[in-house]
Every structure is written in C-alpha cells, then in structure tokens.
Write a protein that binds this ligand. Structure first.
Ligand code: ADP
Ligand code: MG
Ligand code: MG
Length: 761
C-alpha cells in the first residue's frame, strides 16, 4: 500500500504529493492547525491514466482511518473536500470539490480532480508558464471545516507581505460566514483581512503568529488560505506567493536585512524580468483596456501623446510641452529631430532592426514597428485601423513592451530604481565575473549608462556623428565632391564636428573606458534617395554608389581600404579630443576578415597610445582568430552580423518574411537575433576564443550584439570565457543580475563537485 499518504505522515515529497499536499504534511508535522486527511499520490494518478482504475481498497482503508481520527462517519457528521495538488502550483486551474459526503462521490470526485489536469485552462496555463504537461496531479482528501457555520466563522486568503509593493504585514481578504470558493467566484465581496483584527482579535493574532512562522520556515513570502470555524483557526494551504517585480526586489532585500536569507539567495530569487519591469514606464492596469492593434514590440516602455505625422509639427508641439506620438510609414535618418521630439514612435512598416527600432531602443524611447494593420494616409494626416479612422491630434497610447496600441491617454506609472534595487545590484557587482558595459553613442546615453552602473562604454558607434542634420550636408558634400580640394575641405569640417562630438562624449565618462567603433555604414546610406533630387550629377553619383546588397557590400573596414581618409580623419579627431579631455579610449574596427586590414589601421594609429580591437562578426574572422589576436588588444563579437553570416540570413528579410513561421512551426526554437544560437554561432565563438587565447592568453573578449543583453545568452557567454558584455543602458542592471546568478550557480556547482571529489578521494 503505497499509493496513499496520510497528512500526518512523514512523506513530504512534492513529486509524489504535489506542492499543496507536501506543504500540508509539513504544516501538520510542525503543529499547525490543519484538518486531517490523506493524499492519493501522483503514482496513483499515473496508474489511473493508464488503466482508469483508482486504488479503491486503499481509499476505503484511509477513509476508515479518517473517520476514526474525526470520530464521525462520512456523511454522518464528517464531510470531506477533494483537492488537486500538482508539483508546481497552478492557482485555481484545476478542480476542487467541497462537502463530499459519500464514498462513491469521494471516488468520482477524485476522478474529476485527476481529469482536471487535462482541462483546457490547465493546459493553457502550463503552456504560458512553461510547465511540463506530463507532471500530473495528486488528490487530497481532507476533512471539511465549515467557514459558513456561524457568525464566528469565515474564510480568507492572505499574503504575509504585500505582493505588489513587498511591504511587510498581512495583506489579504476575508469573508465572514462563507466557504472558500465564495471568495474566488466573486459572488460576494470580501473585506480586507485587517478587519478581522477588530472582529476577532485573538484569532487575528493567532493568524499573524501562524503566518509569520510559516514564512520563517519556508524562508519566503507565503500565500496562505485559511478558514475559521466557530472561532477556531484552520490553515488549509500555504505556498510561496506570486509577486510583482517591485515586490520581488523589496522582499529579497528585506529578508537579507532580517537575516533570513543570504545576499546570494536574494540574487537568485529575483529574476531579470523583475528588474527589467522596474525600469520602463508602464500602463497602469493594462488589462482594463482594449488595444486597437498590435505591432512589433521594438523598444520597451509605454508613452501617450497626440498623433503627429509631420516631423516639424512634432518638434513644435514638443516645444510647447505637448506629448507626441510620431506615426510614420517608417523612419529614416532625416527624421531624427522628430524622433527626438516625440514621446513614442509608431510605424506601419519595418522590423525589429528598422531605423526606428534601433534609434528608439538606444534612446530608451518606446517604439512599435511594423504595425501592419494601420493604413497611414500622410496627405489626409490620418490612419485607419480596422475601419476606425484616427486623425492627427487624436490621443493614443503605445506600449512598446507588448506592441499594443490603445486609444486615449492611459494612466502611466513612473519608474525609478528603488534603493532596494540598487542594493541588490551592489551585491551582484560583488559576485559576478563578467564585466557589464553599455552600448551608447550620445553624451546623454553615456551619462545614463554610467548612472545605471555601466563599467564602461563597450560600443560607441560613430554613425550618428555623421547623421545629424547639419553634418549630413557636409558628409554629402564629401561623398559628392569631384575635386580633391573640395573633398579635403569637407573632411576637415567633419573632423572638427567629430572632435567636438568626442569631447562631449569623453566628458560624461567619469573615468570609465570607452570603445569607439570607426564608421561601419555604407556611404550610400548617407545620400538622399535618387528620386529626391533633380540634379543629374547627384543622381548619377547616387546610382554609382548603389549596391545590390549593401549589408554585404562596401562598408566597415572595406570602406577604409578604398577611402583611407575617413578612418584617418576619425582617428585624428579622437586623438585631438583626448588632448582636450583625458579619457581611456580604444578604437574598434568593424567587419574585419584578415590581418592585412588590421595592419593598415594599426599603421594609422602608430604612436597615439590608443588601444586597438576588432569586431568579430565575419565567419572568416572567427576562423582566423589566432592570427588576428596577435595584432590587437581585444575582440568584440558583433553577434548580430555574425548571426546573419552564419545563417546566411538577412535579418530584416528573415524577420519580415519567414522567421515567424520557422518559430511557430518549431523549426527554430528561438529567434537567433535575440537569443544566441548556442549550437551554431556559439560553437563558432568558442572556436574563435580558443584560438585567440592560444595566441594571446590575456586578450580581452567582449560581446556587443543585441544578444549581449539577453539573459540566456549572457549565461552562455559567461560559461565560454567572455570577459565583458556590452548592452543597451536599460539592460545593464538585469545583465548584472544574470551575470551574478551565473557566477553563484557555477560556484555552488563547483563546490558540490569538489565535495564529491573529496568523498571519492
Ligand atoms: P485551489 O488550488 O484552486 O486554491 P484548493 O484545493 O485550495 O483549490 O481549494 C479551494 C478552497 O476550498 C480553499 O481555499 C478552501 O477555502 C476550500 N477548502 C478546501 N478544502 C477544504 C476543507 N477541508 N475545509 C474547508 N474548506 C476547504
Ligand atoms: Mg488553494
Ligand atoms: Mg556589425
């Protein structure tokens, strides 16, 4: 007989008894007031699934035992509940039956509970929460206590700390003269649990004592279900309570202060999502509103404002302090001013790497791209979505975290990093090995990155310095100049701009190092579209520069091989800026394939004392890593381009045309542009790191692609010996947390292995 376990027994195994069942056994053992009962185990469930049979004899035996325990017969005073209990709690997803009075109903109820494991809502919940569908459930049969017995009875649910703020103290609901499901069903409105304090002060005090003992035992915030029968308290369930990101951080830090858990445990209890959720503005209770459409969630955070289609209008409204949502078919470098002036961006076209997406993400500005359902009519200054017309000036709210668009100015919640969160990050700094740097290319972004705790700027792109409106004209002059004197003049002007730009950047560093990447963009992208100009000569020049496949074309170091003056000018500007403001500067070359290219740039850097690194973003650079390592101080994997190269995918086309289908069909598990592809790209990185370190032991290895801010990817990078990740300033704290978690877990694994080893010795 081992299908059934008594609640006053010693088996506390969650895999057999489920979470609720195991916790009831523990509470009984610790002397909490738990009504007696027994658990029909998951073994029995599996048997039932196979054969359709329940362990009838055993059930009858245990019912008899329960009757003895209570001193009443089933149906004649004794009533029982039949409750679901799975290894991972799935609140409210499965069936529970109350007031069962007859043994044959006992059994039908057990079947119903077992069957409810496969109910549609339980399946849906498991899918959403990534719970394996083969775990199965057990069933608890427990003597009923009656919360509806008299005026001194009732039922309630309470958390030991506030699950949305984390504040300590009972937080929950109570319903007088009622049974449990009446709260859940919403049939009657409960009152705050605190009202019990005046109604039944003794019971309330006991509830406080019991719940704080439970919290101390489980060393975590608990969610407790209780019933009071004629003034006597019964505990019916306890589990670790679900909580918001804010509460997760506060509770973890408070429990360290209370000496309940260690800082390491605190770090393992908070997820990067909890931290991330603290950082962006969000819609207050978004479930109350219905979205008019959903696009790609290109840059997180929520914003509301007036719909504007025109760049200059966005600027002028912004000057009047009127919030603006810029709505465009797509954006281009010419729109920068408008983007800067807007609170959020909504585009009809473009993917997650479109201009709008990249620019806004870097600025920390909410953005939704590729909202294909909106049809924009620029002339009429309106867009139409599912038959509804939204005019210029209408108020909308976009949520870049979810990709949802709403009508009206929805209430938003402001976010600042709490003191608790900062303490947590401080602990993370102490445990992690991985350096966490930021990608940033404006003084504002650098300042923010440093404020958010970046240990340096791992990628400062210089494209933006060419893109600002006044400068763009000079860049165009340079590209279009026919005489070398004209070219030289434009180049000199550009150097001045860049020097000024670098000085402004260096001033924000506060001693942190910066890696400046030389120009990577094809020249062609700086020019207006061919149709936008009437001048024949310009049109010809644009046609000259046009490439069939610009991303695989004349860009990065290849541009410098044919036009050395551009990189020379950039290096000169850096040098002069360093003379003005002291800074720890490295220069990085994009798109390298061979050491000959590196030698060329090295010769231009001679005697500057500037450190040199290369982006590892072509397959050939990975395979030549040993040779390349000799020449430079550091590598930085550009995992966006490297992924494109390894897959032979163009990201834009892939995300627009077929990647979604690949993901939906399960052909690919994750989008490799978001989560590093460990088996392909990751394998190549490991190979490159191996050869690089063989050539140069202390070469610094960084990763600066989008994956460098993603949790699973960071864990992988940590494991293959990467020294630094460089990510968006908004992902710094979460990246630090993940890096610390990886270090703590590796350490405890190593300790465990060390222990086994000593035992074996
Ligand atoms: P869920 O997992 O959906 O929370 P439970 O098994 O906890 O389902 O049951 C829901 C509610 O039913 C409990 O919170 C409690 O109020 C009531 N209940 C369950 N068992 C008993 C019992 N033995 N006596 C009184 N009420 C019970
Ligand atoms: Mg429950
Ligand atoms: Mg690149």
């Amino acid at each position: 007989m081992n299908n059934i376990y008594s609640l006053c027994g010693s088996c506390e195994n969650k895999v057999l008894l489920g979470n609720k069942g195991a916790n009831l056994v523990t509470m009984t053992k610790l002397g909490f007031p738990v009504p007696p009962g027994f658990v029909i185990s998951i073994d029995a469930y599996e048997q039932y699934k196979k054969t359709g049979d329940l362990p009838d004899g055993e059930i009858e035996h245990f019912i008899a035992y329960l009757e003895g325990e209570v001193g009443q017969r089933l149906g004649d005073g004794l009533e029982v509940s039949v409750r679901s209990t799975a290894p991972i709690s799935m609140p409210g997803m499965m069936d529970t039956l109350l007031n069962v009075r007859n043994i044959n109903h006992i059994k039908a109820a057990v079947r119903q509970v077992f069957d409810s494991w496969d109910s549609p809502r339980a399946n849906e919940y498991r899918k959403v929460n990534n719970i394996p569908s083969d775990l199965g459930t057990a069933a608890i049969v427990q003597a009923m206590v009656f919360g509806n017995k008299d005026s001194n009875s009732g039922t309630g649910v309470t958390f030991t700390r506030n699950p949305s703020t984390g504040e300590k103290g009972l937080f929950g609901e109570y319903l007088a003269q009622a049974q449990g499901e009446e709260i859940v069903s919403g049939a009657r409105t409960p009152e705050p649990v605190a009202t019990l304090q005046s109604r039944m002060p003794d019971v309330y005090a006991e509830l406080e004592r019991a719940t704080s003992r439970l919290e101390a035992y489980y060393r975590d915030m608990q969610d407790v279900e209780f019933t009071i029968e004629s003034g006597k308290l019964y505990i019916l369930q306890t589990r670790s309570g679900k909580r918001s990101g804010q509460a997760a951080v506060k509770i973890a830090v408070d429990m360290v202060n209370e000496n309940v858990i260690t800082p390491q445990e605190a770090l393992l209890r908070v997820t990067h999502k909890d931290l991330q959720a603290l950082l962006h503005r969000q819609i207050k209770s978004p479930e109350q509103y219905e979205a008019i459409t959903t696009g790609l969630n290109a840059a997180p955070g929520a914003a509301s404002g007036r719909v504007v289609f025109d760049i200059l209008e966005a600027v002028s409204l912004h000057e009047k302090n009127i919030p603006v949502i810029l709505v465009r078919p797509e954006t281009s470098p010419d729109d920068i001013q408008g983007i800067v002036a807007s609170d959020g961006i909504l585009t009809e076209k473009g993917g997650l790497t479109s201009h709008a997406a990249i620019v806004t993400r870097a600025m920390g500005k909410p953005c939704i791209c590729g909202a294909a359902d909106i049809a924009i009519n620029l002339e009429a200054e309106q867009f139409e979505v599912k038959g509804q017309v939204v005019d210029k000036g209408a108020e909308i709210t976009i949520d870049g975290t979810t990709g949802k668009v709403y009508l009206g100015m929805l209430p938003l919640e402001e976010v600042t990093l709490t003191e608790d969160a900062q303490r947590l990050i401080g602990w993370a700094d102490g445990f992690k090995h991985l350096g966490v740097m930021a990608n940033a290319d404006t003084p504002e972004m650098i300042a923010r990155a440093i404020r958010f705790g970046a240990e340096g700027i791992g990628l400062c792109r210089t494209e933006r310095m060419f893109n600002e409106p006044e400068r763009l004209a000079v860049v165009r002059d340079f590209i279009l100049a026919e005489k070398s004197a004209q070219k030289k003049k434009a180049m000199e002007q550009l150097r001045e701009f860049q020097q000024e730009g670098f000085v402004a950047l260096f001033k924000e560093l506060q001693g942190a190092p910066i890696v400046i990447r030389l120009l990577d963009m094809p020249l062609h992208e700086f020019l207006p579209s061919r149709r936008a100009t009437r001048k024949t000569r310009v049109r010809e020049r644009i046609a000259d520069l046009e490439e069939v496949n610009p991303m695989l074309g004349h860009r990065g170091i290849r541009l410098a091989v044919t036009h050395p003056e551009i990189y020379k000018m950039q290096i000169e500007a850096v040098k002069q800026a360093m003379a003005e403001v002291e800074a720890d500067v490295s220069i990085m070359i994009p798109q390298v394939i061979t050491s000959q290219e590196v030698l060329l740039v090295k010769s231009w850097l001679k005697d500057t004392g500037i450190k040199l690194g290369i982006m590892i973003e072509t397959v050939r650079a990975c395979l030549r890593a040993g040779k390349l390592a000799y020449l430079v101080d550091f590598f930085s994997f550009g995992t966006n381009d490297l992924t494109q190269a390894v897959y032979s995918f163009s990201r834009e086309d892939a995300e627009k045309k077929f990647l979604t289908t690949y993901l939906e069909a399960g052909i690919l598990k994750d989008n490799p542009f978001q989560v590093i592809d460990v088996k392909g790209v990751g394998r190549l990185m490991e190979t490159a790191i191996f050869w690089a370190r063989r050539a140069k032991r202390d070469i610094k290895i960084s990763v600066c692609g989008e994956q460098a801010g993603e949790a699973r990817s960071i864990r992988f990078f940590n494991g293959i010996g990467v020294d630094n990740v460089s990510c968006s300033p908004f992902r710094i704290q979460a990246a630090k947390l993940v890096a610390a978690q990886a270090a703590i877990k590796t350490k405890s694994n190593a300790e465990r292995e060390g222990l086994t080893k000593t035992l074996l010795d």
